[in-house]
Design a protein around this ligand. Sequence first.
Ligand code: PLP
Length: 392
Amino acid sequence: MEPVLPKSAVAPAGRVSHMVQSDIRAMTRQCDAVGGINLGQGICDLPLPQLVRDGAVAAIDGGHNIYSYPEGARELRQAIAAKLARDNGINADPDTEIVVTVGATGAFTAAVLALLDAGDGIVIPEPYYGYHLNSALLAGLVPQYLTLAAPEFTLTQAALEAVVDDTTRAIVLCTPSNPSGKMLSAEELDAVGRVAAARDLLVITDEIYEYIRYDGREHISPATRPALAGRVVTIMGLSKTFSITGWRLGYAVAPPELARAMTLVHDLYYVCAPTPLQIGAAAGFAAPASFFEDLARDYEEKRGVLATALGAAGLTPIVPEGAYYMLADVSSLDCSSSKEAALRILRECGVASVPGSSFYRGRAGESLVRFCYAKEMDVLAEACRRLAAFKP
Ligand code: PLP
């Protein structure tokens, strides 16, 4: 018998062997190489609100430069509790039910590691946000894909029941969704609630785009649906609301026992989110309602500009209900893959997008690319001028 050679110790661990750098990062590099306009990665390079900036500067000057409590600075948890009651209809105790995290990403990582065990099944609707899938895989979870069909992306009870089995412990909901822009309705959430109650499932939501929604739509936080009461971990973030993606601030809201477990894991990995930035962001929630309305209106205008340009190029857009991404149908380019289509658009227009394959496990994404319009209007307008002039 051949001797079994030991695996070299000087090698990445098996648990990262399935992981590759996402095409989103690769497109950013390719875009930089040709000096293109990057509508690929959701970078969100808009100016931050003065209130938030001044709050952080004052916190640094005021000496708030040491670790915060692991569950987050009290000022921020109190501001979050007030905001949850005002804007989401969620009543949460800031001392036991709110955990401030290193971005919504830190909250999701803490949730999958603290609340689920390796081998557990987790339902992930597709098109998905790659971080949800990859963090679940890294935690040893088994993804169970719930395919939502474009362009409506409707979630039905029957489709959900068809993917849930005895191993399923949790469902991920992203509303408004990256990449589809889909916002889940009360009926869809109640359908999830019926399945979750019957199967005793945890529901982990990602609502980071809650304030970015269009055509007068209301954002419905899944935790407010009676059918889901008591089984939701609500994840929200400040990156998109205050255009501070580099500050790394988010939070989770969960029943006390779950919040405690998430705090333990988050403390272990990150200790805490940056303290002065937490205090600065707390000031942001006191912004007048018009700030949040203006944010949505600004993105709605940009959504219109991009949809018109894509339509002119024959790349039929799937106009989103919320968030700031737009999927477009690139079948007319006759490329063999979405990656080839994205590279062609970059080469011929100097505008970067993300191949649809980044959001689907199978072929369904190959006819789509995603554009992000979280850009200053002049940059977006130039990108749209180039797209509109594209004659494939
Ligand atoms: N969740 C979704 C759905 C996102 O699209 C993003 C960023 O693109 C994040 C989370 C990242 O959030 P954060 O910056 O708070 O970690």
